[in-house]
Each structure stands twice: as structure tokens, then as C-alpha cells.
Design a protein around this ligand. Structure first.
Ligand code: GDP
Ligand code: MN
Length: 382
């Protein structure tokens, strides 16, 4: 789960990472009030789950409440790379002498958290990595040994943070960022830019904070930060119904049992020239309830023009899934073509049940390939 900048900063503050004081605002009037409370110069920042807000005009300085109100009304409602701005964060403006970059993320290859620090912050980190890889200090932390203070000193030294007072602050900050990363079960904690003020104060001017969904049950306070209105409507519905679903941009709705089988199904659809509309894993189930939920999610996507069930019976029995499909189709009306491929345990029984009772728009195919070809063809001819 990705957090908004201001939510990430709230977590930063909780772990002792210095950030500026600020307030969220959902209207220009609220932004004015926030600026009045904060006093002095403020910065009004679009809160969207996408980077590059600065370049898109979503970050504006304001000299006081009047200007904050005006800037907020410019920014609210703005479209930043497909994300509508519904909230701004108003914080005390900072003077910037230097912009650094600091992050910790998972290096899946090494199976270890990876720190990156560079004094060339404020820009896209990918650019730095490409243009001047030596400027980017990288260091893995052994999760069993945990973070060691020398590692922060090594990062500073390697990245070229030379001022002793800055070094001291950055070293402390690296340790606290690791605490935040582990403490919140994060996948990514990124500060870009990490600034040094003209007075020599180091603080986080931005935050990118991503928490492992599978650990959210341990962090009800973070789970509550989820913005249910953001993101894809089908994915939201799926989450509410407990369906494992990922939206894609094609037109063939896919249901399978088991993530591996569903992934192969995506490949086979692609192989026959089609384009999957989603990834949906029924898991071990196949009961009517689960099938209804999954079909509701899939058919709520207006882009879907055909549906493919790909079921391999193991512990799940094909006759049970067939019963689930038939029952689901009795409970809901679907006019789209549906192709079902059943194989494995009790496949013959399952196919016979479908052949007996299925509506006219349901077609049974014997293999994954023929099922994929059929559904793509049927979807096209609609
Ligand atoms: P991003 O564009 O989405 O990464 O948003 P950031 O929060 O990183 O802000 C982008 C840029 O806006 C920063 O690199 C700064 O140059 C500038 N900026 C943000 N906050 C302030 C501030 O308080 N004072 C000043 N002077 N510039 C700021
Ligand atoms: Mn940034």
C-alpha cells in the first residue's frame, strides 16, 4: 500500500525523522486556515500517489493565507498524470541549500534491504544512476545482523557528505529510516529531496512510503490510512469482496484457480492474439459464492468482452466448480460469452454438468489453448 506524502511524513515524525510542520486540506478555505495557523511562508503540495508533482505544477510556494488559498484552488482538481488532486498538504516552507536523496528498499535479488544515498538529490534517481553511478552510494543491510551505525557512516563517506555536522545528522537519520522501514513493515522508504537548510539543518522535504500489504494486519493504524476512493474501482470492489484481482487493460476477463495457472492463462491469451482484462485467482475455492463475487468484479469492468474460466482440478474438484458456475449464472445475468476449460479431478463430470445445464453463451473447451482461441474469437465477433 502506497501512502501519500503527508502520511509518510507522519510516520517519519513518529520515528524521529525531522519533517516540517504542516496540515492537510481538502478545500482552498482549509488551505487558507492551515497557512494562517502555520504562519509565514508555506508550500502547498498536491497529494497524489504519483511522483513528479513539482514538474506538473502541483507544488507551489505561497507567502501567506491569501496566496495559499489561491494556490490550493489552482492545485485542487488538477490532473497529475491521471491522478486527480483531492487534497493538498500545506507545510511551512523551507529554505534549501542542498538537495540529497536517501532511500531504503528491498533488493529482492539479494534478499536484503538496500540503502541508497546521493548528494545529487531532487531529481529522478534513475537519472543519477545512469548519468553518474559513482555518485550513488549503495549498501545492503543484513536483516539478521540488523542495521549497524558504521553503515550510515560508510554511506555518508561514499556519497561525499563531508560536513561533520551534516554527517552527524544524516547518520542519525539513516538509522531512524531503517527503524521506520522495519517498524512499519515497509517495502520502500524514500526521501527525495533530503534537504540541508542554509542553517545546516537536515530534514525530509518529501516522502515516498510503501507498506507491505501482507503486514497491514499488524498495523491497523496504517491500514486505516488507505484512501478507498483512490485507485481503480474494480480493485476496490475486489478488495471489499476478498477477491484476488488485478486489473489489466485488455478485454478478456480471466478466472483461474491458482496464481500460477492464472499467469499461464494470461500468456496463452496473449499467444493467441488476445489481451487479458484482469488477473483473478479463485484460489482453492470454486463454490458459487466465490464465483459470483469474482464474476461481479470482472463484469463491473466495462472493457470486458469475454470471460474465460481456466480450472485445473486437484484438491478443487471440477464438478464442484461447474456447480458453482451454474449456480452463479442462475443468480446473475451475464450476456458476455463465457468459455470454460476444465481439467483434472472430476473433469468429465464437470463438463457433463455444463453440457446439460449451461446457458447458450457458455462454451466448454477441452484445452487451455482451444479455450483461449475460442474466447478471443467470441469477444472479437461481439
Ligand atoms: P515531487 O516533485 O513529487 O518529488 O515533490 P517534492 O516534494 O520532492 O518537491 C519537488 C520540489 O519542490 C523539491 O525538489 C523542491 O525543489 C521544491 N520544494 C518543495 N518544498 C519546498 C519548500 O518548502 N521550499 C522550497 N524552496 N522548495 C520546495
Ligand atoms: Mn520528491
Amino acid at each position: 500500500m502506497d501512502l501519500y506524502e503527508y502520511q509518510g511524513k507522519q510516520l517519519f515524525a513518529r520515528f524521529g525523522i525531522p519533517v516540517s510542520d504542516g496540515r492537510p486540506a481538502e478545500s482552498a478555505e482549509e488551505a487558507r486556515a492551515a497557512a494562517a495557523e502555520l504562519g509565514g511562508r508555506v508550500v502547498v503540495k498536491a497529494q497524489v500517489l504519483v511522483g513528479g508533482r513539482g514538474k506538473a505544477g502541483g507544488i507551489q510556494l505561497a507567502d501567506g493565507p491569501d496566496e495559499a488559498e489561491a494556490r490550493a484552488s489552482d492545485i485542487l482538481g488538477m490532473d497529475i498524470r491521471g491522478h486527480e488532486v483531492r487534497r493538498v498538504w500545506v507545510e511551512q516552507a523551507s529554505d534549501i541549500a542542498k538537495e540529497y536523496y536517501l532511500s531504503v528498499t528491498f533488493d529482492r535479488g539479494e534478499k536484503k534491504p538496500l540503502f541508497m544515498l546521493t548528494t545529487e538529490g531532487g531529481v529522478d534517481i534513475e537519472d543519477v544512476a545512469e548519468r553518474n553511478p559513482d555518485a550513488l552510494a549503495r549498501l545492503h543491510v543484513d536483516p539478521l545482523e540488523g542495521f549497524q551505525p558504521w553503515q550510515a557512516r560508510w554511506l555518508c563517506f561514499t556519497a561525499g557528505v563531508t560536513d561533520p555536522d551534516e554527517q552527524k545528522q544524516v547518520v542519525g537519520l539513516v538509522g531512524r529510516l531503517y527503524d521506520a522501514f522495519v517498524g512499519a513493515d515497509a517495502m520502500l522508504c524514500e526521501i527525495n529531496p533530503l534537504i540541508v537548510t542554509p542553517q545546516g539543518e537536515v530534514k525530509a522535504l518529501d516522502s515516498k512510503f510503501s507498506v507491505d500489504d501482507n503486514a497491514l494486519f499488524r498495523h491497523p493504524d496504517i491500514a486505516e490510512m488507505r484512501d478507498v476512493e483512490a485507485g481503480d474501482p474494480q480493485e476496490r470492489l475486489a478488495r471489499e469482496k476478498g477477491v484476488t484481482y488485478v486489473k489489466l487493460d485488455g478485454d478478456i476477463g480471466i478466472l483461474g484457480n491458482g496464481a500460477g495457472l492464472v499467469m499461464s492463462t494470461l500468456d496463452v491469451i496473449d499467444q493467441v492474439g488476445g489481451s487479458p482484462a484482469n488477473f483473478c485467482d479463485l484460489g482453492g475455492g470454486g463454490d458459487a459464492e466465490g464465483v459470483v463475487d469474482a464474476l461481479e468484479v470482472i463484469t463491473s469492468d466495462p472493457g470486458v468482452r469475454g470471460i474465460l474460466f481456466n480450472i485445473f482440478g486437484g484438491i478443487t474438484r471440477c464438478d464442484e466448480v461447474a456447480r458453482g458456475i451454474l449456480e452463479a449464472l442462475e443468480r446473475m445475468t451475464i450476456e458476455l460469452p463465457i468459455v470454460v476449460r476444465l481439467d483434472g479431478t472430476n473433469a468429465d463430470e464437470g463438463r457433463a454438468m455444463l453440457a446439460d445445464a449451461a446457458p447458450a453463451n457458455l462454451h466448454v473447451e477441452a484445452t487451455m489453448l482451444s479455450a483461449a482461441e475460442r474466447v478471443v474469437e467470441l469477444a472479437r465477433s461481439r
